[in-house]
Design a protein around this ligand. Sequence first.
Ligand SMILES: Cc1ncc(COP(=O)(O)O)c(C=O)c1O
Length: 476
Amino acid sequence: MEEFKNIELDDSKSEYLYIQLYRIIKRKIIDNELKPNSKLPSVRKFSEILNINKTTIVKAYKMLEDGNYIYKKVGSGTYIYDISTNEEYIDSKYIEYSRNKINLGSGIPSEELFPVEDFKESINYVLDKYKGKAFGYQDSKGDESLRKMIFKIFIKEKMDITTNQIQIISGAQQGIDLVSKALLNAGDFVMTESPTYTGAIAIFKSRGCQFTTINIDYSGIDFEEFERKVIQYRPKLFFTMPNFQNPTGYTYSEEEKLKVLELSKKYSFYIVEDDYSSELNFSNIKIKTLKELDKNERVIYIKSFSKIFLPGLRLGYLIVPEVLEKKISSAKHSTDIYTSGLIQKTFEVFLKDEKWAKQFDLIYEMFKQKYYIATDVFKNHLPDNVKLNKPNGGVNFWLELNENVDTNKLYDYLLKKNIIIAPGNVFYLNNKKSNSIRISVASVEKDKLREYLIVFCDSLKNYLQNERETKKIQVL
Ligand SMILES: Cc1ncc(COP(=O)(O)O)c(C=O)c1O
C-alpha cells in the first residue's frame, strides 16, 4: 500500500478530487508504476489512506473502469488491466488522439518554446530603426553586419575562416540546393550516406546526378568500401551529417571524421556537411564538426537554424571554401536573389541583444529532457526484439525490427491508430525495403511525450504480436 500513501490531492484546486485521483492513478498505470493485474486498495481502505470521502474513490474507480484501466473481480477486489495488450484500451486512446495525431514522424520542432514575444520586440525595433530601408534590396551573400555577428558568435572560436566565406541562406534545404547548382552537372556522381536525409536525395536527383552510397550503422564506417567506391565512381561530393545523422542518429568518431577529410583531400571531392543539430549533444563527450577539423578547405558547411531556433524563419548559413565563394553567391542570386532583409536584420538584433543565448538554453534543455524521456520509455516499453542504438543527442531514434517486418505495413497499421512514424525505406535511394523506422521526438510537446511514446510502444508490441500469430496460423 506504500505507493498509495504519497498520493496528494489538493482541494484548493478547481478540479474535483475524484478527477485528480483518476488522473494520478491513470498516470501510474501508464508509466507502469502500478503493474498489470496488481490489486488496488478497497474503497474503504483507500478512503482511510487518503483521508477522503468514499464516494471520491468510487467515482475515480468508475472513471478508471470506464477507460479500461482497471477491472473488478466479483468478491475479490479491483485490479489493474494489462493495458499494453488490451486493444480496447489502445483503441480508446486512439479516439482520444484522433483529433490530434501522435506525430513521431516529423523532425519539425514543436511550437511550445518559440520566442514569439522576444521576436516581436526585435522585429519592432528593426522597423522603428530602419523604417522603409528594412525592405530594401540586399547583397546576395547576405547582410554584412549579420555575417559579422554570426562569425563572432558561432565561428570565431572554432574555425579558421573569414566573414567573406559566410553565405546567408534561406534554410539548409536551400543550402544543399545552392551547392548542387554550383557544383553538379547531370551524370555526376554524388556519394551519400545510406540511409540519408530524403530532402537531399530529392535535390541531387533533380540535378540528374548518379549515386554511390556508404552504409551507416553503429558498428562504424567501412572505409575500405568508402575508398573503393570513391576510386570507382569519382564522386564530386560527399553529402554527410557526421553528428546525429538523420535518420540513424549516428555520430562519426573523430577518427572517422579525420579519415573522411583525408580521403577528400586524396581524391579531390568536396564534403557537404549538413550540420542540422550538432549543438544538441547530451553526452559529456565533446563532438566537433568536420569543418572544425578541416585544414584543406574541403568542407562546405551548412548550418540551419530550423532545429535550434525557428523552422519557419527559413534562415541559415553556409561556410564556403574561398575558391567557391563566387559560384555559390551567383547560385544564390539566380535562386532568390537574397534572403529576406527584414528577417536577417531581426535575427541580427536577436543575436546582439543576447536573446539568442537565453533562447538556445531553453531549447537545449527541452530537447535534452525529451531525449531522456524517450530513452527511458524505450528502455521500459519497447518489445524485446526491437534494437535501439542510443544516439546521445539530436531528435531522432532509429529502431531496428526483425528482418522480416514490413515497416510500410507497420506504418499503415499505426496510422490507422493515429500514430505517425517514418518507415525506414523513405530514407533509402529508390525506396529500398527497410526493417527500421525513425522515431522523432521533435514535434511532440514535451509534456505529452512520455504518454505518446508509451502508446506507440504498446501499439508496436501489438502489431508484432499479431504478425507472429498470423505467421503461426499460416505455418499451421
Ligand atoms: C538533415 C536535414 N537537413 C536539412 C533540413 C532542412 O532544414 P531547413 O529547415 O533549414 O531547410 C532538414 C529538415 O528537417 C534536415 O533534417
